[in-house]
Design a protein around this ligand. Structure first.
Ligand SMILES: Cc1cc2nc3c(=O)[nH]c(=O)nc-3n(C[C@H](O)[C@H](O)[C@H](O)COP(=O)(O)OP(=O)(O)OC[C@H]3O[C@@H](n4cnc5c(N)ncnc54)[C@H](O)[C@@H]3O)c2cc1C
Length: 429
């Protein structure tokens, strides 16, 4: 039985859009996409744009997974960029660094163009602060701003402190930060459901409440749900941290982590203007970070590292309140209206995991909590690969991976251990 959207701020304020029917009976397609998050929906849209007959199967509702319940921050932070640099140099040589820099920003352009082309209403706004809590963070962020300037983005990215920082946010914990006017924030559920409508308008057949139960491999694979079967030429698995169909090279590569978010009551206009006058999104520079922003109806949406344990928490509001009040002293005692969690797909070296388990069965997953822009880039890379241009796909596919094909319990222990390691590293920073 399909699940409805989680009880999030996003679900409560979603633009009502028509649903899609369950798959029933037998049919055919060129490509079947499994998963209706940003990766699946955008890959379907890209593939349809290239003339293929695409059918998308979503177990629950479009955007039910991480895509419809995240922090909404569209940033140039690629997870695993350092590991990516050393891995990609093996295949791309000295061109790797410029390639990775381009990747950081490509997703922003795809999203902006998609929103404009299809008129998607999703509260898309520019502006972001990556904040320093310590002198070590400040040094790293200054270097980041200097690199952006050296690469010609000086008009969009700058290091701020003192009065310039206070003009952006009222957060006493911060000593400086990178102000980035290219980064954005968004109502992520409205973005992904809008993109699904766009995909449908290009001919993609979308079925919700249609969980893939298995794939029969062969020259023309058959994708099975409880009520239907689709014979196709190719499959893209885009179920990220939510599916249990990993096989072959997918097994043990991705660790699901439960991340939690809360949204407060709507803040008075004056309070919202005082704490965040430019209406930007914010995260701090810790390995396990807090991220926050205002919504269109002036709620503070706050996600935090305190719940980065691998398992969903039962009382996020109590866990996150101290961090909210430390960050925004003005919000002491603020009411919390929504709390929810979602599963992110963590990859040990944090490089997005792209590959195939059979010549015609591809997968794309694992953006380690930085997936809005990345999923859009990856969707484009996968669509190119599945229509014959495998250049960028091969670069990701060649990455060396740590795979721990262990059960769910051990995966959680490994993740908790990894997080403890990052917390220790932070203290030594
Ligand atoms: C709480 C939280 C906050 C985050 N904040 C940010 C942020 O601020 N910025 C950022 O860039 N990234 C953020 N992320 C990460 C980002 O949301 C994800 O990386 C991205 O949405 C992943 O998209 P996806 O399509 O790959 O996976 P998902 O959105 O998880 O979609 C997978 C879909 O596949 C479906 N599915 C699973 N199994 C099957 C099956 N057998 N058959 C059919 N369908 C199936 C699921 O129902 C689901 O809808 C956050 C993640 C979480 C959880």
């Amino acid at each position: 039985m399909a699940e409805t959207h989680t009880g999030s701020y996003y679900a409560a304020t979603a633009i009502p859009r028509p649903g899609f029917p369950r798959l029933e009976g037998e049919t055919e397609a060129d490509v079947v996409v499994m998963g209706g998050g940003f990766t699946g929906v955008n890959a379907a849209l890209e593939l349809a744009g290239r003339g293929l007959r695409v059918l998308l199967l979503e177990a629950n509702r479009i955007g039910w997974g991480a895509s419809g319940r995240n922090g909404g921050q569209i940033t140039g932070s690629l997870s695993g960029d350092r590991a990516m640099a050393s891995e990609f140099r093996r295949t791309l040589g000295p061109a790797a660094d410029a390639y990775i820099w381009d990747l950081r920003w490509r997703g922003h352009d795809i999203i902006r163009q998609r929103v404009a082309r299809f008129g998607i209403q999703c509260d898309l706004k520019h502006g972001h602060l990556q904040a320093a809590l310590t002198p070590a963070h400040a040094a790293e962020l200054r270097a980041m701003a200097a690199e952006a300037a050296a690469r010609g983005m000086g008009d969009q990215v700058s290091y701020v402190e003192g009065a310039a920082l206070r003009d952006l946010v009222e957060i006493p914990l911060y000593i400086g930060g990178v102000y980035n006017r290219r980064n954005m924030h968004v109502h992520s559920l409205n973005l992904v459901t809008g993109e699904a409508q766009a995909a449908a308008s290009l001919g993609v057949r979308i079925h919700e409440d249609s969980k893939v139960e298995g794939i029969d491999h062969g020259p023309r694979p058959v994708v099975r749900t409880a009520q239907g079967r689709v014979r196709c030429d190719m499959v893209l698995m885009a179920g990220n941290a939510y599916h249990r169909l990993a096989q072959g090279r997918m097994r043990g590569a991705l660790f699901p982590a439960a991340l939690g978010i809360v949204a407060t009551e709507p803040l008075p206009e004056e309070t919202a203007r005082a704490i965040n006058p430019q209406d930007i999104a914010i995260y701090d520079n810790r390995f396990i970070l807090d991220y926050h922003r205002l919504t269109a109806d002036r709620r503070l949406l706050f996600g935090g590292g305190t719940n980065y344990s691998g398992r969903p928490s039962t009382d996020l509001a109590s866990e996150l309140r101290p961090a909210i009040e430390r960050t925004y002293p003005r919000l002491k005692g603020v009411r919390i209206d929504y709390q929810w969690s979602g599963q992110a797909g963590i990859i040990p070296n944090r490089i997005p995991h792209l590959g195939r388990i059979a010549p015609n069965v591809f997968y794309a997953e694992g953006y380690s909590g930085h997936g809005i822009a990345t999923s859009h880039i990856v969707a484009e890379i996968m669509a190119r690969a599945m229509t014959g241009d495998t250049g960028e796909f091969d670069t990701f596919d060649a990455v060396r991976r740590l795979r721990l094909p262990v059960g769910q319990w051990l995966a959680h222990q490994a993740l908790a251990l990894g997080m403890a390691w990052f917390a220790l590293k932070e203290r030594l920073r």
